[in-house]
Design a protein around this ligand. Sequence first.
Ligand SMILES: *Cc1c(COP(=O)(O)O)cnc(C)c1O
Length: 432
Amino acid sequence: MFVSESLNINEQGHLTIGGLDTTALAAEFGTPVIVYDWDGVRRNCRRFTESIDRYYGGNGRVLYASKAFCCLASCRLAHEENMGLDVVSGGEIYTALAAGFPADRLYFHGNNKSEQELAYALDAGVGAIVCDNPEELARISRIATETGKTARLFLRIKPGIDAHTHDFIRTGQIDSKFGFALETGEAMKQVKKTLASPGVELVGLHCHIGSQIFDTKPFVEAASVMMGFIADIRDETGYVVPQLDLGGGFGIRYTEKDDPIPLDRYMEPVSDEVRRVAKERSVPVPFILLEPGRSIVGAEAVTLYTVGSVKEIPGVRTYVGIDGGMGDNPRYILYQAGYTVLNAAKAGEPADDVVTVAGKCCESGDLIQENAPIRRVEAGDVLAVLSTGAYCYSMASNYNRIPRPAVVKVEGGQASVIIRRETPEQLIENDV
Ligand SMILES: *Cc1c(COP(=O)(O)O)cnc(C)c1O
């Protein structure tokens, strides 16, 4: 059953989020609209920050991976919750700074940061840059030296862990565009180069093995490998790397098939392994960073659409046409991502139909879900897609010149717009 701390069914049998009726929200704000239970997002932030206290004695920090859902409101929330922010572009840095986020808690990621982005980040005074490749190391060292600054660096390491998840969201294995490989000696070489480069300070190592991972084992293995590498670096160079960023990737529930592990069941074995290797190799336990994105925002939002047509093709399938699609949620066309879809006004009634939910773009692949069980819908009904809080709005496009949807938060039982619906005028704003 989909009922959670954020989602419920009211007396009329309607789906609610943050205690508010989704059919009323659709009527008030129009569709398509993405609605967040903001109290739920805050609750997730606290779960992570409290776990740093519990498992690392407070000697660590949680960075919200802003790419999951980046806007002024999400950056402000991360600031209010005393988190850091993982940013991957000049645009995300700009958004964070515009939200009043302190620059020294920004961690700048990316596998190909431009010269301008690096200069901007250094000028803004970001807390750290996560360096991905040798050319970038040289670039950062040069810009920092020219501007009389010292860049605090993490090195992104591929720990050689193969997390079992979709190919496009696996990042820890050797065949990945991200970071320096450990097993080839490339990573050690870059550590030595960093230690010898002017204008940079090596403050940490970073790994992120992938996303939507349900197993604790790859996380424990990654922590083990990274701690071993910290000890190897100490042995070879005498330098003790003070910080270790273990990345994000914690899985959430999209459909009944997904069984997310409670945070403690991940934190405990990972922190045990960090301490075990620290003891075995006589290195101090580093300051630990975590970078959850999906698990902060993903399950705390629903997208509400209006059904425009129901096209039954006898013996084939039934297409339900909605007023959004790949423009506001490209995850099915990208990864064949699973989703739970509901008839918002009959959320409490059992499914009696199996449908393919199709978007309105001129692409046959513009689907939200295929063969999804649902309580029969007809034109005019509100259709809710669950767990759309991560990598939907942030990946949204204007394909077919469809304006991006509005985004609403529900906080303390009050709904308010956090991102306005895009207008047709905005669509031609940059056209000349
Ligand atoms: C995407 C990403 C994250 C967040 O991943 P989630 O699966 O959303 O938790 C964290 N760190 C890095 C470097 C990433 O690229």
